[in-house]
Write a protein that binds this ligand. Structure first.
Ligand code: ATP
Length: 244
């Protein structure tokens, strides 16, 4: 059973913008899958469709075989959004416990899991501090911990390392890798090609709401007759490489 199946997915926003066109994608259970594409390619729209945050215009979304708009599918997905969106009135611990409650955990379960997440993400010293008092890196870690609270089978990370320093990027990679090793399927969007290359076992290139190619990094290099993923990207996206 694939972790994610998109069939003929189309999204037209109210103003007429078509962000996804007849998009097909199957992501196997246990994959570490990367989505690469320029600004406006449709990555966030795709994620929003998978998480049932937007109404799709046509097509089908299935999460581990269940319709994407079912409660079960929703409970299997953990989303760490691109922008930090933490509740400013909640402490680290409360943020996690509330999220667990939202996904149907008992208070006790949620408290235990929150304590575990606080430990794993090195937030012990800040457990009773409210979100606005956290550093940028601590906010990122909390956002990731929150996405993992309810033990989702599919974790979606929308540019998790955008604007973070080198050290935190390595730290986040370590967490994400460990999660993947434990059997969680990961869907990652990033603008950092080296990040996709380092982490993902398969990569999809998307532009203008369409899937251009999908392969391993090696497979993509071969297909585009390129030495690096950067060269693949430039060729696939039809960018000019030489100054005229
Ligand atoms: N609510 C909306 N209403 C109208 N158009 C939208 C809306 N949200 C996104 N779009 C448009 O849909 C297209 C795809 O946007 P999307 O945010 O999915 O791209 P993205 O690949 O995530 O880009 P980025 O890398 O910049 O995050 C863009 O043309 C965008 O302007």
């Amino acid at each position: 059973m694939p972790a994610l199946e998109l069939r003929g997915l189309t999204k037209r926003y109210d103003d007429g913008t078509v962000a996804l066109r007849d998009f097909d994608l199957v992501i196997p259970d246990g994959a570490f899958f990367g989505l690469l594409g320029p600004n406006g390619a449709g990555k966030t729209t795709l994620i929003s469709a998978v998480c049932n945050l937007i109404r799709i215009t046509a097509g089908e979304v299935r999460v581990f075989g269940e319709p994407g708009d079912s409660l079960l599918a929703r409970s299997w997905v953990g989303l760490a959004e691109q922008d930090i969106n933490l509740d400013r009135f909640l402490t680290v611990r409360e943020t996690l416990v509330y999220h667990g409650g939202y996904f149907g955990m008992t208070k006790r379960e949620a408290e235990e899991r929150a304590a575990e997440m606080i430990r794993v993400f090195d937030l012990e010293a800040k457990a009773d501090v409210r979100a606005p008092r956290l550093s940028g890196g601590q906010k990122r870690r909390l956002q990731l911990a929150r996405a993992l609270m309810h033990r989702p089978r599919l974790v979606i990370l929308d540019e998790p390392t955008a604007g973070v320093d080198f050290e935190l990027r390595l730290e986040l990679w370590r967490y994400i890798r460990k999660l993947h090793e434990n059997g969680t399927t990961i869907l990652l969007t990033t603008h950092y090609l080296e990040e996709a290359e380092e982490l993902c076992d398969e990569i999809a290139l998307i532009r203008g709401g369409r899937l251009l190619a999908r392969d391993t990094a090696d497979g993509l290099r071969e297909r585009y007759d390129a030495d690096s993923l950067a060269e693949v990207y430039v060729k696939a996206m039809g960018m000019e490489t030489t100054a005229a």
